[in-house]
Design a protein around this ligand. Structure first.
Ligand code: GLA
Length: 382
């Protein structure tokens, strides 16, 4: 995708020039999974693969969206969620416009063309990127003066309220605030953040796409969230200062094991340990101890697998197969498939990864897609 291509798509669809073009990237996450909606820590980064939107006012009341990826149009003068499978993608731009309205930002009718190269369903947050892109575009067109963290909050509300996915704020924050060659440490309780350089002189990140897209992701995700909240209610009885799992420790959870169902216990133990791991990874990055960064990534996967129970056979196989080859590997994102993220020394040859791909094909009959990661800047106007 480039400026000319997205402009061309827009012009042929709407017979006018776009007023603004925005590029909003997908994201990776080094560590800190399922911690964002527990007010904890995450360590994501924006990547080169991005969603592109071209936008203009159309002087009417109707919004007209076009998704190049599906060659699909959607027109509406009402911002109401759609349920038919062919047009569900339109809930993302509509959700953004709906929450912008709540902020007092009235747009009138817009024409929006959407393109890009974030693989769909691979856990790289194409949806958060799309919502973020629309918000940046509207903010620019109407001089709304929103800060990037405000935009991230609005984008999260669009997913929560309009799309019905009870996600945290990590994906949109990374898409809006990413910085080239840096990982972003975000405290999801107060949105304090800082950047650490990724040592790309010696190391690289590689995604292995399992190709598994689980139908139950959203419902399982929302269930995990509820289980965490149930845990908080139990911990609060003896620790009233605990408002979210961010305020709890693994020791507290262990101490309450007998008072929780086994499931709730395991979810809470994972989240509290994962929060500690994010901070340990930040320290290890600071001191250049990349082996420790990697080891903590493997530990994160073990927790996702055994305690949080969001892994699948395919991502377990990939993570196990990378032992010895990668400093660190783990399933990334919401779970139930998608990509694993792998931290590799640059000296590890592609041939070695190809052997893992061959074994994967042998076992699952699926061709493994490998996606090298380039850490990039967050959303920007072209
Ligand atoms: C999805 C959600 C994020 C986050 C991750 C798990 O990507 O959109 O908010 O919760 O899962 O870490």
């Amino acid at each position: 995708m480039n400026r000319q291509v997205i402009s061309g798509i827009f012009e042929s669809r709407f017979d006018q020039n776009p007023e603004v073009i925005v590029v909003a990237p997908g994201r990776i996450n080094i560590i800190g999974e399922h911690t964002d909606y527990n007010n904890g820590f995450v360590l994501p980064a924006a990547i080169e693969q991005a969603v592109w939107v071209a936008v203009s006012r159309n002087n009417g009341n109707e919004h007209h969206f076009y998704a190049a990826e599906y060659n699909s149009d959607f027109k509406t003068d009402k911002l109401l969620p759609v349920t038919d499978a062919d047009h569900r993608w339109a809930n993302y731009p509509m959700g953004a416009l709906s929450e912008l309205l709540v902020e007092g930002c009235e747009t009138g009718g817009l024409n929006i063309a959407i393109g890009g190269n974030v693989p769909l369903g691979a856990g790289l947050s194409s949806s958060a990127a799309l919502i973020s892109a629309v918000i940046v575009a509207v903010d620019d067109l109407f001089r709304a003066g929103l800060s990037r963290p405000d935009m991230a909050r609005i984008a999260q509300r669009a997913e929560n309220n309009f799309v019905g996915m009870q996600c945290g704020i990590m994906d949109m924050f990374a898409s809006l605030m990413g910085k080239q060659n840096h990982v972003l440490r975000l405290d999801c309780r107060n949105l304090e953040y800082s950047y650490s350089p990724f040592p790309d002189n010696e190391y690289r990140l590689l995604l292995l796409d399992s190709g598994v897209k689980h139908q139950l992701v959203d419902s399982e995700y929302n269930t995990r969230r509820k289980e965490c909240e149930a845990g908080v209610q139990i911990l609060r009885k003896s620790h009233p200062e605990v408002n979210s799992l961010r305020d709890a420790t693994p020791e507290m959870v262990l101490e309450h094991a007998g008072k929780m169902s086994d499931k709730v216990f395991r979810r809470c133990l994972f989240v509290t340990e994962e929060n500690n791991r994010v901070n340990a990874v930040c320290d290890a990055l600071e001191s250049g101890n990349m082996n420790l960064v990697g080891e903590l990534m493997y530990q994160s996967h073990a927790g996702l697998r055994n305690l949080y129970e969001v892994c699948v056979e395919e991502t377990n196989f990939l993570t196990d197969s990378m032992r010895g080859l990668a400093c660190g590997a783990r399933q990334m994102g919401g779970g139930f498939g998608g990509c694993t993220i792998n931290l590799l020394k640059k000296s590890v040859p592609d041939k070695a990864v190809e052997r893992v791909a061959a074994a994967y094909f042998e076992r699952f009959g699926t061709k493994l897609r490998t996606l090298p990661v380039k850490i990039s800047d967050g959303a920007h106007i072209l």
